[in-house]
Write a protein that binds this ligand. Structure first.
Ligand code: CP
Length: 309
């Protein structure tokens, strides 16, 4: 499997088989003592990771950089396109060609769907998609799966509620595809205008995955093992008027959790705005900050498998 990884880029979660996902998650578990500073690792000494972020990020960029540095590597890159020559009109293809000459791997976030796919055609070093518009966010999904397995003991046999911006949300598109590879049930919770895209619903039907679509969290909360909340993403709407029609259309607060299973876990890729009230944070059900921390071992595992060091 790792020789396949060496040749490949990571554009979408569909690039992986179930066995490959399990290999990444198993290796991520082994990385935990390094993340905690209990073990020193220098596997990436002399290696360089380029993080090219054409869109804002806190977790994805910092956790990739922490992952690389925890293994003795170094990082170059930019966090704002305004500080790169994209500002002067350089094409993405040229930026990628150049960065591939400076680094051993490239992590790319870009507002255009399909940007990582395009970048992979112009790079002879691995390109990792760190989010392309409303398209894919495969490494978020890997850490989500790692979190589900850690919290619940397995990915299969869970009923997962996925709430929020299901239309434009790349994290939930990738997560739904991944969960469909396991024995799970899903309930999609969103305003009617932000439902899961038809092609994903059709894929679930073809595969015979059990799922429902509902409008409110309260309709389904008591059935769920995991509630995966997401932000209504203002930046993805065609106009602010469209955004305002659905903004604040749902939220989770502590009182609502009284009507949930004792072992429910609440996840969120973050950032949140107002969809999870702060009073949920102190409950043992809130796992979103642990989820964000899981980005480091998961991305360490992925980097290692891609680089075969
Ligand atoms: N979850 C996630 O992608 O967060 P950032 O946008 O902060 O990277």
């Amino acid at each position: 499997m790792s020789s396949e990884f060496k040749k490949n880029h990571v554009v979408a979660i569909d690039d992986f088989t179930v066995d490959e996902i399990r290999t990444i998650l198993d290796l991520a578990e082994e990385m935990t003592p390094i993340v905690e500073g209990k073990k020193i690792n220098k596997d990436f000494e002399g290696k360089i990771l380029a993080t090219l972020f054409f869109e804002p990020s806190t977790r994805t960029r910092l956790s990739f950089e922490a992952a690389m540095k925890r293994m003795g590597g170094r990082c170059i890159g930019f966090a704002r396109p305004g500080t790169s020559s994209a500002k002067k009109g350089e094409s993405l293809a040229d930026t990628i060609r150049v960065a591939a000459g400076y680094a051993d791997m490239i992590v790319l976030r870009h507002p255009q769907e399909g940007a990582a796919q395009l970048a992979s055609k112009f790079s002879d070093v691995p390109v990792i998609n760190a989010g392309d518009g409303a398209g894919h966010h495969p490494t978020q999904t890997l850490l989500d799966l790692f979190t589900i397995r850690k919290e619940k003991g397995s990915i299969s046999d869970n009923h997962i509620g996925i709430a929020g911006d299901l239309k434009y949300g790349r994290t939930v598109h990738s997560l739904t595809k991944a969960l469909s590879m396991f024995e799970t049930e899903m309930t999609f919770i969103s305003p009617p205008s932000l439902r899961m895209p038809k092609e994903i619903i059709d894929m679930l039907k073809r595969k015979g995955v059990k799922f429902q679509e509902v409008k409110n969290i309260e309709e389904t909360l008591s059935n769920l093992d995991i509630l995966y909340m997401t932000r209504i993403q203002r930046e993805r709407f065609p106009s602010d008027e469209d955004y305002k029609k659905v903004a604040r259309s749902y939220h989770l607060e502590r009182e609502m959790l009284e009507n949930s299973k004792d072992d429910l876990k609440v996840m969120h890729p973050l950032p949140r705005v107002d969809e999870i009230k702060a009073d949920v944070d102190e409950t043992p059900k809130a796992r979103y900050f642990e989820q964000a921390a899981n980005g480091v071992p998961t991305r360490m595992a992925l980097l290692k498998l891609l680089q075969e060091v």
